[in-house]
Design a protein around this ligand. Structure first.
Ligand code: C2E
Ligand code: MG
Ligand code: MG
Length: 677
């Protein structure tokens, strides 16, 4: 029994066991000498039969290592006693009745019930054969008075019965789970063995004392109950040690143990997995921070429920801590990816927590043995790297790839450096002029963060903003830029320059209900009117969590700041939001503007965007103007404000002040409001 048999053997195996077992049952029932049962044995037999049925329905819970909770039927001792007291016919009939009653109670499907009944019948017949052979009595004996000598034979027979039963069941589990039989039997462990021995001893005693009538048999009740309670307590302890108390999902230990078992089970055949899915909620920290931990906890419980229902019976999710979950999949890459997709799909519908309706999204990283690691630790590490990649690339699901590794380590380093950069003076804010295309005066500036890395030199924002967004650093970064920019603006204003200031917001700020207040406080700190500030948001940000985004944007506008849609035309958004949200400005993305002189499509897109903005009463700013021709064409199309290298590169606050001063010496200052018209 080396390796998993193909699943196609499962059905023939079950069929053979069913036929053989049911044939055994019919045979022993027909051949049993029912009439020879003595009247004195009837009461003990009836008692043992009832005890067997009850025992089958109240199996002992047994924890197998850290992985699964199994059960051991407590009918075994009574069936064993019945073998001696009533003969094989009685034992087989009672065992079959107990098994069927339990299957009906638990609504098990007919084929499972048939298999259970059949394998029990085979086990009872094997036990009976061993006992009658050792005791030297006919196989179909009706009643044996069990003396001290017979107890030994009976215990050996009980052992044979249980071994047969475990073996028949282990084969079916191995075939279904494509695992090795030996791996399944090994999981039984010392506790299971000890429990079987205790139960068999009780069976032996029951067989002896049944000669003295029912009252003595009743005395065996407490030991059985004691075994039951001990087993239940041990399972409870094992459960607590291996499960997360908030969600009742398995914990990290359990996951590692499960992964280890799955790897062992496929140790000889490295083509099929197992796979590991790591799943992490997007922006859970924001929910926790803004709505409080009780809401966060309730949300995690709901997520756990969703994941649980999304998984088949033979798979379970674990919570690794925080908002990270994991599932081991006994399958290949394709199957693992399908499980990851099913888990993410289960979170699609909003979660309801009291009055709140929250949309929770998640990302998943996948690693599969042997390609992505042959031990639990490597698989975990690589699934984590894949998860990280999924978050950075906004892919939702990523399977590990060796290239991620170098790339990811590099980015992790950059992220660590960014933390330091925020605390030291490596970051700065540059300002790019926004120019009135008629008067060519500077009417506003866009604040752009700059990072001068001690060893890498200039790091473009596109390289580190996504890192900051996915690590929670973006809040600090935005505060840094907003504070720096407002302080520059306050300085320019005291020098008499009433320009507008545009600051970029990252997508995730738009679901931060605390944002409007922090913007208000920042404005107050620098004594700058809200009407001088424009917050730039992207279409992706607007689409991320519509219910919250609407509320945040409305609250921001209420403070008096203006909202611009940045990189307009690149976000694949339907234009619906233009109707829904109160937006003040569209910034046509530079990818359309830079080349509009040569590319007719770009030209048409820019022209229609300007017309659309005009009809909707929005201010329009063209980004990426790199030559005079483009500036003039835009002006001709009715675009009033432009931004681009041709009109001014991002520069220091001092250079902006000089520029504003210089412009002032040439003409009088336009007001911010007139610039917006
Ligand atoms: P954005 O908001 O669209 O900013 C305009 C980008 O276009 C800037 O790149 C600017 O330097 C560049 N640019 C301006 N004129 C021209 C031009 O004529 N030709 C070309 N080819 N490019 C031009 P930068 O500074 O590299 O910023 C890139 C993006 O990073 C920004 O795009 C913005 O999305 C993001 N970003 C920059 N600073 C911040 C910040 O403080 N917070 C957030 N959340 N995002 C920021
Ligand atoms: Mg921008
Ligand atoms: Mg832009």
């Amino acid at each position: 029994m080396r390796r998993s048999a193909p699943p196609s053997l499962l059905i023939p195996y079950v069929a053979v066991i069913c036929v053989v077992g049911l044939a055994f049952l019919v045979f022993v029932v027909l051949r049993a000498e029912w009439s020879a049962l003595t009247a004195t044995a009837t009461l003990p037999i009836a008692f043992l039969a009832v005890a067997a049925v009850v025992g089958e329905a109240r199996p002992l819970p047994i924890s197998r290592g850290e992985v699964t909770v199994e059960t051991i039927s407590t009918s075994a001792p009574f069936i064993l006693a019945l073998l001696a007291v009533g003969g094989v016919g009685v034992a087989a009939v009672v065992q079959a009745a107990a098994s069927i009653a339990d299957d009906v109670l638990n609504r098990r499907p007919a084929h499972k019930s048939a298999f259970n009944t059949a394998q029990y019948s085979i086990s009872v017949v094997v036990g009976a054969w061993v006992f009658t052979t050792l005791a030297g009595v006919p196989f179909f004996h009706p009643h044996v008075v069990v003396t001290m000598g017979e107890v030994g034979h009976l215990l050996v027979a009980g052992g044979a019965m249980i071994v047969t039963n475990r073996l028949l069941v282990a084969i079916v589990v191995a075939l279904a789970a494509r695992q090795r039989i030996i791996a399944i039997l090994r999981e039984d462990g010392a506790f299971v063995l000890a429990t079987h021995i205790v139960l068999l001893c009780i069976g032996g005693v029951a067989a002896v004392v049944s000669e003295f009538g029912v009252p003595l048999l009743v005395l065996l009740g407490p030991p059985v109950v004691a075994v039951y309670l001990t087993a239940a307590a041990s399972v409870r302890n094992a459960f607590q040690a291996t499960h997360d108390s908030l969600t009742s999902l398995g914990n990290r230990d359990r996951l590692l143990s499960r992964l280890g078992h799955a790897l062992d089970a496929t140790a000889d055949d490295r083509g099929t997995g197992p796979g590991l899915v790591l799943l992490d909620l997007d922006h859970f920290k924001d929910i926790n921070d803004t709505l409080g931990h009780p809401v966060g906890d309730r949300l995690l419980r709901q997520v756990a429920d969703r994941l649980r229902t999304a998984l088949d019976d033979d798979r379970d999710a674990s919570r690794l801590g925080g908002d990270e979950f994991a599932v081991v999949v006994d399958g290949d890459l394709e199957e693992t990816l399908a499980v990851a997709q099913a888990l993410l799909d289960s979170l699609e519908q909003p979660m309801r927590i009291g009055e709140l309706e929250l949309l929770v999204r998640a990302s998943a990283g996948v690693a599969v043995a042997p390609a992505h690691g042959t031990d639990a630790e490597t698989l975990m590490k690589n699934a984590d790297i894949a998860l990280y990649h999924a978050k950075l690339e906004r892919d939702r699901i990523s399977a590990f790839s060796p290239e991620f590794d170098v790339n990811t380590v590099d980015r992790l380093q950059l992220l660590a450096d960014l933390r330091t950069a925020l605390d030291t003076d490596q970051l700065a804010v540059a300002y790019q002029p926004q120019v009135d295309l008629t008067t060519r005066r500077t009417v506003g500036v866009e604040a752009l963060v700059r990072w001068n890395h001690p060893t890498r030199g200039f790091v473009p924002p596109d390289d580190f903003i996504p890192l900051a967004e996915n690590s929670g650093l973006i809040g600090e970064l935005t505060t840094y830029v907003l504070d720096g920019a407002l302080s520059s603006l306050a300085e320019w204003r005291t020098r008499g320059h009433d320009v507008l200031l545009a600051v970029n917001l990252s997508a995730r700020h738009l679901s931060d209900l605390a944002l409007p207040r922090s913007v208000r406080e920042a404005l107050a700190r620098h004594d700058v009117p809200a009407s001088a500030l424009i917050l730039e948001v992207t279409e992706t940000g607007i689409l991320s969590d519509p219910a919250r985004v609407d509320a945040v944007i409305a609250a921001l506008r209420e403070t008096g700041v203006a909202i611009a849609v940045d990189d307009y035309g690149t976000g694949h958004a339907s234009l619906n939001y233009l109707k829904r949200l109160e937006i003040d400005e569209l910034k046509i993305d530079r990818s359309f503007v830079s080349d509009m002189g040569n590319d007719h499509h770009d030209f048409v897109i820019v022209r229609s965007t300007i017309a659309l903005a005009r009809d909707l009463g929005l201010r329009v700013v063209a980004e990426g103007i790199e030559d005079e021709g483009t500036a003039q064409t835009l002006h001709g199309m009715g675009c009033h404000v432009g931004q681009g290298y041709h009109l001014g590169r991002p520069t220091t606050p001092e250079a902006i002040l000089e520029r504003l001063d210089a412009e002032d010496t040439v003409a009088s200052v336009p007001t911010a409001r007139s610039a917006r018209d």
